[in-house]
Design a protein around this ligand. Structure first.
Ligand SMILES: Nc1nc2c(ncn2[C@@H]2O[C@H](COP(=O)(O)OP(=O)(O)O)[C@@H](O)[C@H]2O)c(=O)[nH]1
Ligand SMILES: [Mg+2]
Length: 356
């Protein structure tokens, strides 16, 4: 095991900014090492509330991320921002006409802004981007905002990553609104109409209000202006209320918690690292991994692990994971049994135990 990664993990966990910056760069260029780093930070993951901000180019996402960042800081939150769209910088409300700027060099160490140019093949989030968010989470920020340009795939990806998904609309979308896939809108937790200081913002809101009830989740609609500040504090309140009421983060389930038999848990960590090297895809990107708690008084031994296919993943990847895990486990003198395989449902339950 690498001492370098051990040290870096320790520094990230301590909230050291240069360490976080290095870790993010590592995730950008070497996803496998970042996986090693994240496995060392597993017990710090899932604490932050991740806010996805997505929508068409020019919608005002970067500007919104900037003013929301400032708003959240004023509300006492520690906030990190990852802009997966580096075409427009997150400036922290420069539009409001003051000198307030936030960047990595900012004096206020309750905030951290980073952009990355990595893009998935379908325009979605790369595993690197996902890991960058997870690293920001591990560094102890209360909120992590992720800005992605709406491409269809990126919304699906951000929905699987974020606890609150904001879909941002510029006014004047008009007929284009009809063309936006309802499936994508259904991923939204909040709909945000930007630039409410401009003509057409009211109309855009009305257009959304007319179609929103047709969607399964009927997300709430918010009108904001980064220029005048209208609606910004209210939007922040709504998001913080979601933080209060949301259960444990869905992401938390993808990380390994320490079960009673920690030697098995450690072995499973090693298996996961090895698995990353052996497989032609990154399992953590396509499958969520959950170590199930065993009943305190249960006689059953072993570590139960539940794999479920993430949106965009493929059931057959379950089979690949199971096959390679069994071979690797045998090498480590462990047994790995598939207890339950539901290809249609995209779920698989494994039991890992010391070999008899
Ligand atoms: N009038 C007005 N313009 C805005 C507002 N928010 C953003 N803009 C402008 O819209 C353009 C696109 O903003 P940007 O944040 O880069 O959009 P992104 O591509 O979605 O990240 C820029 O010229 C911004 O200055 C707003 O609230 N009011
Ligand atoms: Mg932008």
């Amino acid at each position: 095991m690498s001492l370098l990664l051990d040290d870096l993990a320790e520094r990230v966990a301590a909230g050291e900014r240069p360490a976080l910056a290095r870790a993010l760069s590592l995730a950008e260029r070497d996803s496998a090492s970042a996986t090693g780093l994240l496995s060392r930070l597993a017990d710090r993951l899932g604490r932050a509330h991740v806010i996805g901000i997505t929508g068409p180019p020019g919608a005002g996402k970067s500007t919104l991320a900037g003013v929301m960042l400032r708003q959240f800081l004023e509300m006492g939150q520690r906030v990190a921002v990852l802009a997966v769209d580096p075409s427009s910088p997150v400036t922290g409300g420069a539009l409001l006409g003051d000198r307030f700027r936030i960047g990595e060099s900012a004096a206020d160490d309750r905030s951290f802004v980073r952009s990355t140019a990595t893009r998935g093949s379908l325009g979605g989030l790369t595993n690197s981007a996902r890991q960058m968010v997870e690293l920001m989470d591990a560094a102890g920020f209360d909120l992590v905002m992720v800005e992605t340009v709406g491409t269809g795939q990126s919304e699906i990806d951000v929905a699987s990553l974020a606890d609150s998904v904001l879909v941002v609309f510029p006014p004047g979308l008009g007929d284009e609104l009809q063309a936006i896939k309802a499936g994508i809108l259904e991923l939204a937790d909040l709909l945000v109409v930007t630039k409410s200081d401009t003509a057409g913002a009211k109309l855009a809101c009305q257009a959304l209000q007319n179609v929103a009830p047709l969607w399964r989740n009927a997300p709430s609609i918010h009108q904001v202006s980064a220029l005048t500040g209208e609606g910004i504090a209210a939007l922040a309140d709504v998001i913080l209320a979601r933080v209060q009421t949301s259960g444990p983060s869905a992401r938390q389930a993808s990380y390994v918690r320490k079960p009673a038999d920690s030697s098995l848990a450690d072995a499973f960590q090693d298996l996961r690292l090895e698995l990353n090297i052996r497989l032609p895809f990154d399992p953590a990107a396509v499958l969520s991994i959950q170590v199930l708690d065993t009943e305190p008084d249960s006689q059953a031994s072993g570590l139960q692990v539940l794999y479920s296919v993430r949106p965009g993943g493929d059931s057959f990847q379950l089979g690949a994971v199971a096959g390679v895990l069994m071979v690797l486990a045998a090498d480590m003198n462990l047994s790995c049994i598939v207890e339950d395989l539901d290809l249609a449902g995209g779920r698989m339950r494994l039991l890992l135990d010391h070999a008899a």
